[in-house]
Design a protein around this ligand. Sequence first.
Ligand code: SF4
Ligand code: SF4
Length: 80
Amino acid sequence: MKRRFKVVFNREKCKGCELCINFCPQHILALDPEVNQRGYHPAGMTDQEKCIGCASCAVMCPDYCISIYELEEGESWQES
Ligand code: SF4
Ligand code: SF4
């Protein structure tokens, strides 16, 4: 069974510095075209299926905006 991960961003805390995007080995993070309440384009996920749970994004974020969860078998990304 392939391990699956959910990456959750604190959209309002993100300042769009792109560090997480640049350090993701899977190249699955990108800035959202919509701005948050502080006027920044926040980072987000483009292809959750490809995440390997390496946590590089969370480690690199200077503002602790990113949390990573491993999903249980059968659990969907929306449920958790
Ligand atoms: S956990 Fe790793 S693979 Fe998943 S989004 Fe973060 S840097 Fe990319
Ligand atoms: S590293 Fe943190 S603050 Fe910078 S874009 Fe990513 S989530 Fe936002």
